[in-house]
Design a protein around this ligand. Structure first.
Ligand SMILES: Nc1ncnc2c1ncn2[C@@H]1O[C@H](COP(=O)(O)OP(=O)(O)OP(=O)(O)O)[C@@H](O)[C@H]1O
Ligand SMILES: [Mg+2]
Length: 342
């Protein structure tokens, strides 16, 4: 069993959720349910397994159900039907005190609009979660200072939120979420309000932290480039339904349907696709291969293209033990960079 299990969740908003639920189960679509009953289908039979330590991205267009899904993980909303478990524990069965303790100790949240307390300085904002947990002042100030420095804000401890740029405020938001050492970070469009360059910095920062921390991160975005960059796996929602779940390369190389294909069409494939997922595997190694034309299995397609331009021979792909495990021929590269519609 995975760390977070979401099982057959339906969420129907509106006056008669049970009626909406039976129609949804009967295969009636979202628009028709709304027209006939005034109920909105938020999520339709969504099941997902999220592993401990992975960065799991949920993406989809506006209204596809992303926020509704993440709100089921902290139980800000209860499903109309279905189950949610964390480490085997049914969070829908928790009473209020247990649920509050679960949220405080095991979850960290980072919001799109930062959600900082305006009258508290940076260190007191970051220490807030620990304060709620009843941790004494000197311990929490020490922990907060450590996290402030980890997110690159040492020296800003006594500034107030309105004295910081948006990117800096979101670093405070991230430090605050991490200060309680949660198992899971929930991030709903956390970087979407930031300027592109700052946003890219924050993505890098998060990935760098994650390399050391191995938190379970559920990250929501409507930006495919962001999803492909930071996600170990990506789930794509459409009209409340799960359309596809997979690694970034799987999503790009094997889109589940025309909707995903349309999403992925303009992606910079060279940056996302790695050697191992496009190579033709070979069993027995190679007798001899020009060392100039060998790439690591994690090499990006853009770098492989650069190498392949100066040779007619296939590019060899080596694994961590330096054995040649596959070949990439020129025609394969052409095929990958010029996709045809399914
Ligand atoms: N509290 C609510 N009451 C009624 N309908 C709701 C409520 N919350 C969400 N919905 C509906 O559920 C669907 C999914 O909404 P949700 O907010 O989860 O989308 P989203 O993918 O997060 O969109 P965005 O990218 O705009 O944030 C939408 O049709 C929305 O109108
Ligand atoms: Mg949303």
């Amino acid at each position: 069993m995975s760390y977070i299990e979401i099982r057959n969740i339906f969420k129907i908003f509106g006056p008669t959720p049970d009626t909406g639920l039976s129609l949804a189960r009967g295969g009636v679509n979202k628009d028709e349910i709304l027209a006939r009953t005034g109920n909105t289908v938020g999520l339709h039979d969504v099941s997902l397994s999220i592993e401990q330590g992975e960065t799991f991205v949920v993406m989809g267009l506006s209204g596809s159900g992303k926020s509704t899904l993440i709100r089921h993980l902290n139980r800000l909303i209860d499903p109309t039907a279905g189950q949610v478990t964390f480490g085997g524990e049914d969070i829908l069965a928790m009473d209020i005190p247990t649920l509050n303790a679960f949220r405080r100790k095991r979850l960290g949240m980072v919001f799109q609009r930062f959600g900082l307390l305006p009258h508290r300085n940076v260190i007191d904002n970051v220490a807030y979660g620990l304060e709620i947990q009843g941790v004494d002042r000197s311990t929490r100030q020490e922990a907060a200072a450590k996290w402030i420095s980890r997110v690159g804000l040492a020296g800003y401890e006594s500034k107030f939120p309105d004295q910081l740029s948006g990117g800096m405020q979101q670093r405070v938001g991230l430090a605050r979420a991490l200060a309680t050492d949660p198992e899971v970070l929930l991030m709903d469009e956390a970087f979407s309000a930031l300027d592109p360059l700052i946003r890219s910095d924050m993505q890098d920062e998060l990935m760098k932290l994650q390399e050391e921390l191995h938190k379970t991160i559920v990250f929501i975005t409507h930006d495919l480039d962001e999803a492909l960059k930071i996600g170990d796996r990506i789930a794509i929602l459409k009209d409340g339904k799960l359309v596809q779940v997979g690694r970034p390369e799987e999503i790009i190389l094997h889109p589940a349907d025309a909707y995903v294909e349309a999403f992925t069409r303009d992606v910079n494939r060279g940056r996302v696709i790695r050697a191992r997922s496009i190579m033709r595997p070979i069993e027995d190694g190679l007798p001899a291969h020009d060392p100039n034309y060998i790439v690591d299995e994690n090499e990006r397609l853009e770098d492989i293209i650069a190498k392949s331009l100066s040779t007619e021979s296939p590019i060899g792909v080596k694994d961590t033990t330096n054995g040649i495990v596959g070949l990439i021929e020129r025609h394969r590269i052409v095929e990958i960079i010029t996709p045809t519609s399914p």
